[in-house]
Design a binder for this molecule. Structure first.
Ligand code: E4P
Length: 214
């Protein structure tokens, strides 16, 4: 499973990249707004830190506008993946990018039928939003399971990118189901490391080592 970090915070990206476990980065307009900088500036900086897929989202809502914006974003770096909303225009634009060799991440996916549409038009990634479904009382992980089953049945190569991940158990469950990628906020990546037994065990080892030093 690939690990992406879901942030525009350059310090977080640098810190996580030091751990050697980050394969890519996702952003969205809300994430970019928090940085107080332009999308282009943020994406350029990220591309210098992480050598992997970096998702940058279009703002246009019509197909031609999405294609125009996406073409500009794709010029920033070969690793840029064009993030498109799961709308009629977004799915049509996805087909254009697929046919023109530009990678896409179809976002705001909340149903398996939507995931089928993205796969049919050659999306590189589909982003089902687990946490936002859980928030409205719908089983987000169940959606990942349905999409995995459908894609495997029909041999679709679109990668399932588990998004809107809120805690470490989401990562474990998505990985057990066979999601290809989890994109996580920095705080969730940190949660993956921690277990109280590790802390207790390490404290004991260090204390015993002190006793054995004479
Ligand atoms: C990732 O591509 C999404 O933009 C992100 O995971 C959304 O997460 P949220 O529901 O916590 O905003």
């Amino acid at each position: 499973m690939d690990f992406f970090i879901d942030t525009g915070d350059i310090e977080e990206i640098k810190a996580a990249s030091e751990w050697g476990i980050i394969d890519g980065v996702t952003t969205n307009p809300s994430i970019i707004a928090k940085t107080g900088r332009t999308q282009e500036e943020v994406i350029k900086d990220i591309c210098e830190i992480i050598d992997g897929p970096i998702s940058a989202e279009v703002i246009a809502t019509d197909k031609d506008g999405m294609i125009k914006e996406g073409k500009e974003l794709a010029k920033i770096h070969d690793n840029v993946v064009i993030k498109l909303p799961l709308t009629e225009d977004g799915i049509a634009a996805c087909k254009w990018f697929s046919e023109n060799g530009i990678k896409t991440n179809v976002t705001l996916c909340f149903s398996s039928n939507q995931a089928l549409l993205a796969a049919k038009n050659g999306a590189t990634y589909i982003s089902p939003f687990i946490g936002r479904l859980d928030d409205i009382g719908v089983d987000g992980m169940g959606l990942i399971q349905e999409i995995r089953h459908m894609y495997d049945m029909y041999g679709f190569t679109t990668q399932i990118l588990a998004a809107s991940v809120r805690h470490a158990d989401h990562v474990k469950q998505a990985s057990l189901i066979g999601a290809d990628v989890s994109t996580m906020p920095f705080k969730v990546i940190k949660q993956l490391f921690h277990h109280p037994m590790t802390d207790i065990g390490l404290a004991q080892f260090l204390a015993d080592h002190e006793k054995s030093k004479k």
